[in-house]
Design a binder for this molecule. Structure first.
Ligand code: ADP
Ligand code: MG
Length: 483
């Protein structure tokens, strides 16, 4: 049974009141209203965006603790932010505009200060030594470089990423202590390597705030190394990386052919691995396929687990879009979301790019987000991503659509529904492939080119005369274009 949100929030307030001063409580907590609890997510309404940011910045740890103590370990918090209660206020009953956002958890990703051994021989520091600091050690604050929106919460799970995601999760809960060291994540561009790598880092920081986590792109690593060599502080560079508890190296393929940088990375890798520190590496290829790398480094990459990310299926693509919209507090017609997910299939970054373009178009031109607008926008994306569709794929889509076995389309049967499905497969093959009429006929039940031509005419006639039929054709067309 769902708990009563007012009661739960009041208990939270009791704890919060005991933990902060009266003035802060009045300013930041008294104005909050509890809105609902659904599936262990408590939604609280805050009066403005600023208010939300302030809570996230200053009180998120306290809020997380009280939510867990009241709702258990799965308890979550969501904000309903009142965006602008005046501008659309055209009567007493008008509701304020609100957007729903989950907690972003910005604070967790900061690293504690760590002691950095500095090379005393160079005598760079002219400061008077602080007697309480061990000589030769400098406290520095390592920026984790983690992006808080790239969290596990925002990383949708699907068949395409299940192994990599669960290995990543295991690593985050036990960095350096699992068999997955290094954890090597690979895939073509735009499928979530960077996101997953950050998610692991963020989760480590959530679990172990005292661990030092560093995300670094390989390009950044290379530039730092070149600078270090030029400024003669190669040792500082190596020491810096050897201090990490978790090192995330993104896009390691860029080290190809760079022997000196590979060499220094090799030593950093060995040091960290020996000390039981966690390495997470991403690449555009599996270790066995990588070229331009020293064999000893490649063999290290194979020590742990290499897991790939694949192209997400339709449901996962839809879920990703839903999540993005939800996080941004935006609503969009379902048919537009479906259309996007159908149309852009091979790259999540492009999928999100298309979404952003539609949102931008609609807000700049003050147009409603409609299927038509989406179609216009998508055209330019689809040109980039569309692939040659095969007759087989078309047959499969048509067969699935009418829920008939695909073999029947290729059989001799003259049953009416089957004949029609076969004709549709021919029609769409003519429309979407470069195959000749003869080839299409051959693939669709061993017919000749005249049969294919006849099929196309019949379908065109039906489209013009039968409204229901036209809807079928449009729906199937959408599915085919989503391939
Ligand atoms: P890569 O590093 O493989 O090129 P990214 O990690 O940059 O890919 O992902 C591209 C975009 O797709 C990012 O905005 C990322 O947040 C999003 N994305 C990728 N995979 C997922 C997923 N499983 N769930 C939600 N968003 C995802
Ligand atoms: Mg990336």
């Amino acid at each position: 049974m769902e708990k009563d949100h007012i009661k739960v929030w009041n208990s939270c307030l009791d704890i919060i009141r005991d933990n902060i001063n009266v003035q802060s409580f009045k300013t930041w907590f008294a104005p909050i209203k509890a809105v609902r609890i659904v599936e262990n997510v408590l939604t609280i309404q805050v009066p403005s965006q600023f208010f939300y940011e302030w809570l996230e910045e200053h009180y998120i740890n306290l809020l997380k603790k009280v939510i867990k103590s009241e709702l258990g370990p799965d308890g979550r918090l969501e904000y309903s932010i009142v965006m602008d209660s005046t501008s659309n206020y055209n009567g007493k009953s008008a509701k304020p505009v609100t957007v729903q956002v989950p907690t972003a958890n910005k604070k967790a990703i900061r690293n504690p200060s760590v002691a950095m051994p500095i090379d005393l021989n160079r005598g760079r520091s002219k400061e008077i030594p602080n007697p309480f600091i061990i000589p030769g050690l400098k406290k520095i604050n390592v920026q984790s470089q983690l992006v808080d929106s790239y969290s596990f919460d925002n990383f949708i799970e699907g068949d395409c990423n299940r192994l990599a995601r669960s290995a990543g999760f295991a690593v985050a809960n036990n960095p350096g202590k699992t068999a997955f060291n290094p954890l090597f994540i690979y895939s073509p561009v735009g499928l979530g390597k960077t996101h997953l790598a950050h998610a692991i880092g963020i989760q480590v920081k959530n679990n172990y705030p005292d661990k030092t986590v560093l995300y670094v792109s390989t390009e950044q690593f290379i530039h730092q190394f070149i600078d270090a060599v030029r400024n003669n502080n190669h040792n500082d560079f190596v020491h810096f990386y050897q201090m990490m508890d978790v090192l995330i190296m993104d896009d390691i393929q860029f080290l190809a052919g760079k022997e000196k940088t590979q060499d220094v990375f090799f030593h950093i890798f060995n040091h960290l691995h020996q000390k039981g520190k966690q390495l997470i590496i991403t690449s555009d290829k599996a270790p066995v396929e990588m070229k331009g790398f020293e064999p000893r480094l490649l063999s290290r990459f194979k020590w742990g687990l290499a897991a790939d990310l694949q192209v997400p299926d339709l449901e996962t693509r839809m879920a990703i879009l839903h999540k993005r919209l939800y996080n941004d507090g935006i609503e969009m017609p379902l048919e537009v979301i479906e259309y996007l997910a159908y149309s852009i299939t091979t790259n999540i970054r492009e999928l999100e790019g298309a979404l952003v373009s539609i949102l931008a178009q609609s807000s700049l031109n003050k147009k409603a987000i409609t299927l038509d607008l989406a179609r216009q926008m998508i055209d330019k994306y689809v040109i980039n991503t569309s692939r040659e569709i095969s007759i087989d794929v078309i047959q499969k889509i048509v067969a699935d659509y009418f829920n008939i076995p695909m073999e029947l389309i290729n059989s001799k049967t003259r049953k009416r529904e089957i004949v029609q499905a076969r004709q549709l497969a021919m029609y769409f093959s003519k429309k979407h492939t470069k195959a000749s009429l003869a080839t299409i006929g051959l693939h669709c039940g061993n017919k000749d080119h005249a049969t294919v031509l006849h099929a196309c005419k019949t379908i065109n006639n039906l489209i013009e005369t039968d409204k229901q039929f036209r809807t079928y054709v449009e729906e199937i067309d959408k599915k085919i274009q989503g391939q």
